[in-house]
Design a protein around this ligand. Structure first.
Ligand code: CTP
Ligand code: MG
Length: 231
């Protein structure tokens, strides 16, 4: 029996949370590391559960931690927890397979983006509901971007105005995401990439600076400051 949040919601959110967090340095799997005293995954799930359209949340946890993650999230929100895989794409596929009949919109959201506001979950879901098969939240790129060779010598400067930094949650019509995962080849770092390969147009909506991905120790420190400041 799959746990449900809002039975009238039309959105399932998949939360890949099975990564090691190598770039964060030695320690527990990243999603389980504390941010202001609570695991990143708890912060992330609490915000997802606060989005009124969400019917179901499926978390892909490190295989060794499925039981403890289930217990950890039980007081936060009704969630289904499955074992993730060796690559993010495999973790998403495992979570997708656990979505019950009902929700026709599926969002994929990194546990590492722990401070993502519920409003972003709603705006991505709304764009899918409005008829877009694939929707990604993006921010403009602020740095000048150079292409370099293997020796770190600059080959050229990329036109920044045409670039976007991509966040999650990424939203999809359910059938589109299911077909893209069924056809998936080599692992990619996001789900929109799989859908692009199917020739499906992917539409951008404005992202949020609060949806930053905790990747390196600096990001964890920044996220702590943002939480203290009320994020
Ligand atoms: N993820 C996952 N399963 C994997 C790898 C990643 O579910 N096998 C999840 C992570 O837990 C994270 C999200 O995908 O919430 C984005 O991945 P990333 O930021 O790269 O996290 P990690 O893979 O844990 O970090 P690193 O690459 O530094 O090891
Ligand atoms: Mg990774």
């Amino acid at each position: 029996m799959t746990a449900q949040l809002n039975p009238r919601g039309d959105v399932a959110v998949l939360v890949p949370a099975a990564g090691a967090g190598v770039r964060l340095g030695p320690g527990a799997p990243k999603a389980l590391r504390p941010l202001a005293g609570e695991p990143l995954l708890v912060h992330a799930v609490r915000r997802i559960a606060a989005a009124p359209s969400v019917h179901t949340i499926v978390v892909a946890a490190p295989a060794a931690d499925v039981g403890s993650v289930r217990a950890m999230l039980a007081p936060v929100a009704p969630v289904t927890v499955v074992a993730g895989g060796a690559e993010r794409q495999a973790s998403v596929a495992a979570a997708l397979a656990a979505v019950p009949a009902g929700p026709e919109i599926v969002l994929v959201h990194d546990a590492a983006r722990a401070l993502t506001p519920p409003e972003l979950v709603e705006s991505v879901a709304a764009a899918v509901r409005a008829g877009h098969d694939a929707v990604i939240p993006v921010l403009p790129v602020v740095d000048t971007i150079k292409e370099v060779d293997a020796g770190e010598v600059v080959l050229g400067t990329v036109d920044r105005s045409a670039l976007r930094a991509v966040q999650t949650p990424q939203g999809f019509r359910r059938s589109v995401l299911t077909a893209a995962h069924a056809a998936a080849g080599d692992p990619l770092t996001d789900d929109a990439g799989l859908v692009e390969k199917q020739g499906v147009p992917v539409v951008c909506v404005p992202g949020s600076e609060y949806a930053l991905k905790v990747t390196r120790p600096f990001d964890l420190a920044l996220a702590e400051h943002l939480l203290v400041a009320g994020a």
